[in-house]
Design a protein around this ligand. Structure first.
Ligand code: SF4
Ligand code: SF4
Length: 292
């Protein structure tokens, strides 16, 4: 069972929900795996306090041009869909941060002037969380623009030797490629939103991703009680179940800012998350980890 926790909008409390869900489950130890795929700003470690035992660099292959044998034909620039390689004057320039490592320029070069070198863009980390379950996270290097390869390799690494019955994924915010990669293959998508017009707008975007993958969805409203009814009305009209409401509460804000999960602040949430897990399990979907 793979449960992805996502939110179209950043700052809605996605990590608060994902970490609290993981800590609530009784499937501890080797049968639970937590993946922090919010690789641009992973912060679940503040709540789960893992002991990182293994690390692995994430590298992508980028072209390197041998200017001495290059004939300046321009075929590499023609084939590149991302404008990551260009012939300027008597030189071929590569812009690594635009490169998607597709390898097309290397294949198309008639002179064999292009080779590929490894460019490290981040790191993967793995170790037991304080509660004993397996914890993985990806961390993108500062200044790197592409999170997608890190999310993809994080899932591959975690899935390599994994026998977990339950996987909780803290997905990146937004609805761009890294979020899509993180939730792809999930059995259930928990969408965390807040009762504001922005929250509603981005919830609708996230639902479009869920619809593409036909993943069952449940909604969690964080900071409930702000006064805006649009999210409730939309969910009622769309037939979406609001599984948990987390109130707009100063002690929750203060506690999470100090690295405390919802369970530490209000222990009654443990039952709420366990019930949520039971509801999700009722969908009866089998584990597909790693995804096909
Ligand atoms: S590897 Fe692909 S994306 Fe990168 S420069 Fe070559 S053609 Fe462009
Ligand atoms: S395709 Fe090869 S030979 Fe042509 S410009 Fe690019 S690097 Fe040079």
């Amino acid at each position: 069972m793979i449960i992805a926790v996502a939110s179209g909008k950043g700052g809605t409390g996605k990590t608060t929900v994902a970490t609290s869900l993981a800590r609530s489950l009784d499937v501890q130890g080797a049968s639970l795996l937590f993946l922090d795929a919010d690789v641009e700003a992973p912060n679940s470690h503040l709540f789960l306090k893992p002991e990182i035992e293994h690390t692995r660099d994430v590298g992508v292959r980028i072209p390197e041009v041998n200017q001495e044998i290059c004939s300046l034909c321009g075929k590499c620039a023609e084939v590149c869909q991302y404008h990551a390689i260009a012939v300027l004057g008597k030189k071929v320039l590569v812009f690594p941060q635009l490169c998607h490592s597709c390898g097309s320029c290397t294949l198309m070069c008639p002179e064999g002037a292009i080779s590929e070198k490894q460019n490290v863009i981040g790191v993967l980390e793995h170790g037991p969380a304080q509660d004993g379950f397996r914890y993985f996270r990806g961390v993108m290097n500062v200044g790197e623009p592409m999170a997608l390869p890190i999310v993809r390799l994080l899932k591959q690494w975690a899935g390599e030797s994994d026998e977990s019955q339950v996987v909780v994924i803290d997905a990146p915010p937004g609805t761009s490629c890294p979020m899509v990669e993180a939730v792809c293959g999930a059995d259930f998508l928990l969408l965390v939103t807040e009762p504001t017009p922005f929250g509603l707008h981005d919830l609708k975007l996230a639902l479009q991703i869920a619809a593409k993958f036909t993943i069952p969805v449940g909604v969690i409203i964080n900071r409930d009680g702000l006064g805006y009814q649009g999210v409730d009305e939309f969910c009622a009209e769309a037939g979406l179940s609001i599984i948990i409401r987390i109130p707009f509460d100063r002690s929750i804000a203060e506690g999470t800012a100090r690295g405390r999960t919802l369970l530490d602040i209000y222990p009654s949430y443990k039952t709420a998350f366990q019930n949520l897990f039971k509801e999700i399990s009722n969908y009866g979907v089998g584990s597909r980890w790693p995804r096909p």
